[in-house]
Design a protein around this ligand. Structure first.
Ligand code: NI
Length: 168
């Protein structure tokens, strides 16, 4: 396994963050290696999610970990449906260090995706997990959370300790 560089805004390589990704069609050893690297990189950066463009690749996939019991999840070619309710909370991004902003996301959703073997899977998610799925799926279409802000960006030092704030 190897750590990958996380592409940051205002860096030379930031343009990859604003591009649409391509559907993944080859479920091979190279893809598994990439997923392992992304998981390691996400944990090293204390994130709950990481999308392929954030490591410079226009592949439609992300990794996430918001649930201790479930552990790491690799999501390929995601399709979100049946969104319900709404939730407004602070979120941040590993490509946008130390800044957080409030974003409205559905409280609940259904997600259909491919796993690393190319099998179709379907899950339901709510709360933080649904938020993370939306944030990471946005990355796959070149959309940063800052395009959806309610109010201003705030530095993490200004957030109350008990304020929920995830970054992905
Ligand atoms: Ni992000």
């Amino acid at each position: 396994m190897a750590l990958r560089n996380i592409v940051k805004i205002n860096s030379e390589s930031e343009s990859v963050l604003y591009k649409k990704t391509r559907i993944v069609e080859k479920f091979d050893a190279k893809l598994k290696q990439l997923a392992e690297d992304m998981i390691e990189t996400m944990h090293a950066a204390n994130g709950v999610g990481l999308a392929a463009p954030q490591v410079g690749l226009l592949k439609r996939m992300f990794v996430m970990n918001v649930d201790v019991e479930e552990g790491d999840l690799v999501v390929i070619n995601p399709e979100i449906s049946e969104m319900e309710g709404e939730s407004i909370a602070y979120e941040g991004c590993l490509s946008y260090p130390q800044m957080f902003g409030k974003v409205k996301r559905p409280f609940k959703l259904k997600l259909k995706y491919h796993d690393l073997n190319g099998e179709v899977r379907e899950i339901e998610a709510e709360g933080l997990k649904a938020r993370c799925i939306c944030h990471e799926t946005d990355h796959l279409y070149g959309i940063m959370f800052t395009e959806k802000l309610i109010g201003n960006l705030v530095h993490e030092s200004q957030l109350a300790e008990d304020e929920e704030h995830s970054k992905g």
